[in-house]
Design a protein around this ligand. Sequence first.
Ligand code: FES
Length: 133
Amino acid sequence: MISILPGAPWLIAHRSMLGVNRPNKVTLNGQDYVLWQNNRGEIFALENICPHMQAPLSNGWICRERNTITCPFHALEFDGEGKLHREGKQDPQPLARTLKITTIGECIWTYGNCEPRLPIPDAIAKLLQNMTL
Ligand code: FES
């Protein structure tokens, strides 16, 4: 994947569009990601590729109890760190790749896993201060 403007921040979602315990597909620089928000408001992001046989995780479902996303092909479960959950245990090493995100107010930003070179602009947060979406 070639990153456009590596090091620039990208606004990829607003919290209101994510719903709760629902997978959401987001595309940045030609790479698909899956985002979900749990009922505590925590947001997680993984590359939208199951490490088993590359199924799109965004077509899967969220387990509320374990806070995992389940692959739609063979039902492997991954947490927000990309670690596999099976038989009540969590693997120590992540298998699925994460996307680093920053949540400011209701906006979800990312540098697409590149080294940040520019600050996240505050203009959007200022504009949204008195708005309800
Ligand atoms: S492709 Fe995801 S579990 Fe097999």
